[in-house]
Design a protein around this ligand. Structure first.
Ligand code: C2O
Ligand code: CU
Length: 478
């Protein structure tokens, strides 16, 4: 790690320096001119990311805060969002996970011209799916998102399940220097060729969190959004037993967290139902165990002395499904996609029988000259790309993906949600709908969907340094 803070260290510093309160978790709702109309101004700003004794950090953000304003509407509502660019460089906004018309997808050059400094762009689309989504730039996102440009977008169900409290936690991971400024080494070659830009300070809703008060008997709906460039979380909720009710915004049959770790790669979301079953006065630490040797407490939940109720509520946790077209697997067109590259990639390719025998030097030259990461042998440069696949519109498609690299990759497709059918040939337990699927090193994952949204759609790794290093392509639906 190149900077001096560590998640554990900054958290300890924080706990020493401040009193517990719930207010740090509050997100600022977006200001609406009239229902459904929002303004997002992208501009430099300042925020207190790290706790006392550190000061404020210079950031880039929407509406003066990080995360940006929470955009919240009812399912079926029409959204009109005016984006003003007060940055010194071009930008766009992508509505991650929302099934929007192609022209509203916010990909520079591919779906719209970039918004130049001083200009605005109006995005307008219907919130067809209820769920937990987010927004972020798609222009130089490894730096723009990394400096704080992102925010939550929540689409409420017509009849949401009953809970005592709903929380939105936007998780981020910052690389801060000793004076709490954001380290300027965006696009560092080592980050790009390994696991991406990992930071040293993990925040919930833009700050290292206070302990969070909860009450015995309480039912909380927790909407988690991973907005980090590269950090994958594996959250252990101790003796609480959260139920997963939605993934990437899409409802899933309620189930407990597999292996007791909620794994969330960059850009992924999960909705959890948490019944506080712990006795009054206790503390539950939520621990991120993704890097086993560097496990740290993300936040402590402190159970108040007075319970809210004596027994667990028996209210239903079911969410009404969104209207997604069901792929016909038997009649689906099949496509193969292989991801290669990165440090130690040649070794993995050889082990998986995909190598053409390139040596280490050849690989380094290849990485420096023509990209670091490859999708079906091509490293993308910028967003102007020939489609890597053209999918027949309204037909069912299976994409069989192989991760022939030594790293994890959260693979995201724009404009559609897909079912995750299998991992290494084993059917998934829930055939979950996702828009971003985390692939482990050497893993094979099959996804399926109906290509019902016409246009050119980005398909890329959401570790933003991998994306910048070539790990993206365009899938055309026509
Ligand atoms: Cu959240 Cu193409 O991105
Ligand atoms: Cu990746």
């Amino acid at each position: 790690m190149r900077s001096a803070l560590s998640p554990t260290l900054s958290r300890r510093g924080f706990l020493a320096g401040s009193a517990a309160s719930g207010t740090a978790f509050a997100l600022r709702p977006a200001w609406a001119d009239t229902p459904g109309i929002f303004t997002l101004r992208a501009a430099p700003g300042r925020a207190r990311l790290a706790p006392y004794p550190w000061g404020e950090s210079d950031i880039w953000c929407y509406g003066g805060t990080v995360p940006g304003p929470e955009i919240r509407v009812r399912q079926g509502a029409r959204l009109r969002i005016v984006v003003d660019n007060a940055l010194a460089e071009d930008t766009t906004v992508h509505w991650h996970g929302l099934r929007v018309p192609n022209a509203m997808d916010g990909v520079p050059h591919l779906t719209q011209p970039p918004i130049v400094p001083g200009e605005s762009f109006v995005y307008e689309f219907d919130a067809v799916d209820a769920g937990t989504f987010w927004y972020h730039p798609h222009q130089r996102s490894f730096e723009q998102v990394g400096r704080g440009l992102y925010g939550p977008l929540i689409v409420e169900e017509a009849t949401p399940p009953r809970v005592d409290r709903e929380l939105v936690w936007v998780l981020d991971d910052w690389r801060l220097t000793q004076d709490a400024s954001i380290a300027a080494d965006f696009g560092d070659f080592h980050d790009m060729s390994h696991g991406g830009r990992l930071g040293n300070t993990v925040t919930i809703n833009g700050r290292v969190p206070d302990a969070m008060p909860v009450r015995a008997g309480e039912r909380i709906r927790l909407r988690l959004i991973n907005s980090a460039n590269a950090r994958i979380f594996a959250l252990d909720f101790g003796n609480l037993a959260p139920q997963v009710i939605a993934l990437d915004g899409q409802p899933v049959a309620p189930h407990s967290v597999p292996g007791g770790r909620l794994v969330l790669g960059p850009a992924m979301r999960a909705d959890l139902m948490i019944d506080v079953t712990t006795e009054p006065g206790a503390t539950v630490s939520v621990i991120d165990r993704f890097f086993a040797k560097d496990a740290y407490a993300l936040v402590d939940l402190t159970v108040a002395e007075t319970p809210l109720r004596d027994a667990q509520p028996d209210w239903s946790m079911d969410l009404a499904p969104n209207h997604l077209p069901e792929p016909n697997i038997g009649r689906a067109h099949r496509h193969e996609v292989t991801f290669t590259g990165g440090m130690m990639g040649g070794m993995v390719e050889r082990k998986m029988g995909l190598s053409n025998g390139r040596g280490m030097r050849g690989m380094m030259n290849r990485m420096h000259d023509s990209g670091i990461w490859f999708v079906n042998g091509v490293a993308a440069e910028g967003h102007i790309l020939d489609p890597m696949l053209t999918l027949e519109r309204d037909a069912s498609h299976v994409i069989a993906m192989t991760n022939a690299t030594a790293f994890h990759h959260p693979i995201h497709l724009h404009g559609h949600s897909f079912r995750v059918l299998s991992r290494d040939g084993t059917p998934t337990a829930h055939r979950e709908w996702q828009d971003t699927v985390l692939m482990a090193p050497r893993e094979r994952v099959e996804i399926a969907f109906v290509a019902d949204n016409p246009g050119d759609w980005m398909f890329h790794c959401h570790i933003l340094e991998h994306q910048a290093g070539g790990m993206m392509g365009v899938i055309r639906v026509a």
